[in-house]
Design a protein around this ligand. Structure first.
Ligand SMILES: Cc1cc2nc3c(=O)[nH]c(=O)nc-3n(C[C@H](O)[C@H](O)[C@H](O)COP(=O)(O)O)c2cc1C
Length: 201
C-alpha cells in the first residue's frame, strides 16, 4: 500500500532473517519485489545477531540471484577494497555504508574511485578537512538550532576528531563548550594545526 500511495520509488531495508535458524531474506525479497519495491538493502546479520559477530554475505548473494530489483549489500563494509570485494562476491548492484562513514564521509568518493579505477587517489587535504568539517558543523547548528545543534555537533565532531592524533583530548575539551560560536572557533583552530595523514584504502 505504501508503493500504491506514492509516485516516488519505495525502497526497503531488511536483515537476513529473525535469527540464524530462521533466515528468510529470499522469501521477503520476493514478497518485496512482487509488492513493487524498487530496490532492497540487506544487512548481512539477523535481527537476533544485532551488531554481534561477523556479517555473512552468502544470503545476500542468494537474494541477488532470486530477484530482478537492485540489491544493496550492507554490513561491516569499512574500506574501498571491502566494498569492491563484497560487490564482486554478492553480485549486488551497490553497497550501503553505515559506521565507516561516520567522521569519514569521503569514503564514498574513495569507493567510487576503487570501483572505477581500482585505485584510491583521493585523501582529504588539510584544507578539504577544514572545509568539510566546518561546513558540517555550521549546517548542524543551522538545522538544529543552538540547543540541539550543540549536542549533535559533539557527536559528529568526535567521529571526525577520532581521525587525528590528539583528537580524543580535544574532543573532551570540545564537549565542554557551551555556545555554537565557541564550537566553531575552537574546531577551526584545532584543524588549522592538525597533522593530516593518509589512511590506506
Ligand atoms: C548511528 C546509526 C544509526 C542507524 N540507524 C538506522 C535506522 O534508522 N534504520 C535502519 O534500518 N538501520 C539503522 N542503522 C543500521 C545501519 O543502517 C546498518 O544496517 C548497520 O550499521 C550495518 O552497516 P555498517 O556495518 O556499514 O555500519 C543505524 C546504524 C548506526 C551506526
Amino acid at each position: 500500500s505504501v508503493v500504491a500511495s506514492t509516485t516516488a520509488p519505495v525502497t526497503l531495508k531488511i536483515r537476513t532473517g529473525w535469527d540464524k535458524t530462521n533466515i528468510n531474506a529470499v522469501l521477503i525479497a520476493k514478497i518485496a519485489e512482487d509488492a513493487g519495491i524498487s530496490a532492497l538493502s540487506i544487512h548481512g546479520r539477523t535481527r537476533a545477531c544485532r551488531f554481534i559477530g561477523e556479517v555473512e554475505y552468502d544470503t545476500i548473494t542468494e537474494v541477488v540471484k532470486s530477484v530482478s530489483i537492485p540489491v544493496i549489500a550492507n554490513g561491516d563494509i569499512d574500506s574501498p577494497s571491502k566494498a569492491k570485494s563484497v560487490m564482486e562476491y554478492t553480485g549486488a548492484s551497490a553497497v550501503m555504508i553505515g559506521r565507516a562513514a561516520l567522521g569519514n564521509p569521503w569514503i564514498f568518493r574513495q569507493i567510487n574511485e576503487k570501483l572505477t579505477h581500482n585505485t584510491v587517489s583521493y585523501f582529504p587535504s588539510r584544507v578539504d578537512l577544514q572545509n568539510i568539517i566546518i561546513k558540517h558543523l555550521h549546517e548542524l547548528h543551522d538545522f538544529y538550532g543552538e540547543s540541539m545543534g550543540l549536542k549533535f555537533a559533539r557527536k559528529h565532531m568526535s567521529w571526525y576528531l577520532s581521525n587525528f592524533i590528539d583528537g580524543k583530548t580535544f574532543s573532551k575539551f570540545f564537549n565542554s563548550l557551551t555556545t555554537i560560536h565557541q564550537q566553531a572557533s575552537h574546531i577551526k583552530e584545532f584543524l588549522s594545526n592538525v597533522e593530516v595523514s593518509q589512511k590506506a584504502a
